[in-house]
Unconditional design. Structure first.
Length: 286
């Protein structure tokens, strides 16, 4: 699916703290699947996965606050963002959902699952932050920079320099960044840093990365019986070593499988949807 096809379907739900953008494909009568992205990307990253699953599910990709078409919130911590998911579910009248997360979105999904287990039909986590690895050590210096107000100027600088997009930080999270279309980079970088206010809002989200917030969800995750699938790229330079996938499996009683995707980096759901879609189909049918 190309970018324009995806973004043409973007809608906004008026929210208590700001509009929540989402993009939906599939039959409204089908089971709902909610896809959650991470820092500095957007619901767009799920476009290929959604395209292939729209025949079986009501597929909804949220733009987190200060990403894509969504407005920022006063509170940008992962606990507050988990409640934004709940707000979207309420606003769209969703019952139980199949929840799928990647990167920071996976951490948000864990908090949501801990707080709202009854809302879940299933949980799927791909390469993402976990208790003990939030933020990952390689990313922690950027969190400290965000707390000092030093990240917003960097985001704005990248957004204003298209020649840098294919080699800027997000590129490291793809196997083949040279193949990422220019319009995808444009959507991500201009969304995250296209205006000074937007760059500061994304910076606030980074500055709010607090290990204690994800750790606080762990006791509830240790009792979570919701069927849980873990699909994890194994490439080393992606901040999320596969050992964290097995920690999640040991933490969540409902976890059934860890599926390793050889050589894949963090954004494999966008880059290699064929390594996720069949597993989701099989998992959801079970």
């Amino acid at each position: 699916m190309d970018v324009s096809t995806f973004t043409a379907r973007r809608r906004t739900l008026p929210g208590k703290g700001g509009g929540i953008a989402y993009t939906e494909f599939g039959d409204e009568a089908a089971p709902a699947a909610l896809f959650v992205h991470g820092l500095a990307t957007g619901g767009l990253m799920w476009r290929h996965v959604i395209e292939q699953l729209a025949d079986t599910s009501r597929c909804i990709a949220i733009d987190l606050p200060a990403h894509g078409g969504s407005q920022a919130r006063a509170d940008m911590a992962i606990t507050a963002l988990a409640e934004v998911l709940a707000e979207l579910c309420d606003g769209l009248g969703l019952g139980q959902i199949d929840l799928v997360g990647n990167d920071t979105g996976g951490a948000i999904c864990q908090v949501f699952a801990a707080r709202h287990p009854g809302r879940l039909r299933s949980l799927t986590l791909t390469n993402c932050d976990t208790d003990g690895n939030f933020p990952p050590p390689d990313f922690a210096p950027f969190v400290e920079m965000a707390k000092r107000g030093e990240v917003a100027p960097l985001l704005a600088g990248i957004a204003s320099d298209p020649a840098s997009w294919a080699t800027a930080p997000l590129a490291e999270l793809y196997e083949e960044p040279a193949k990422v279309p220019a319009e995808v980079w444009r959507e991500y970088y201009t969304s995250a840093g296209g205006t000074p206010d937007r760059a500061r809002d994304v910076e606030r989200m980074m500055a709010a990365f607090d290990p204690a917030l994800l750790a606080a969800a762990t006791p509830a995750l240790r009792t979570l019986q919701v069927p849980t699938l873990i699909v994890w790229g194994t490439a080393g330079a992606n901040n999320f070593d596969v050992t964290w996938a097995y920690q999640l499996r040991e933490t969540i009683p409902g976890a059934r499988d860890v599926i390793e995707v050889d050589g894949a980096k963090m954004f494999f759901p966008e880059e290699r949807p064929g390594d996720l879609v069949p597993h989701l189909r099989d998992f959801w049918q079970r």
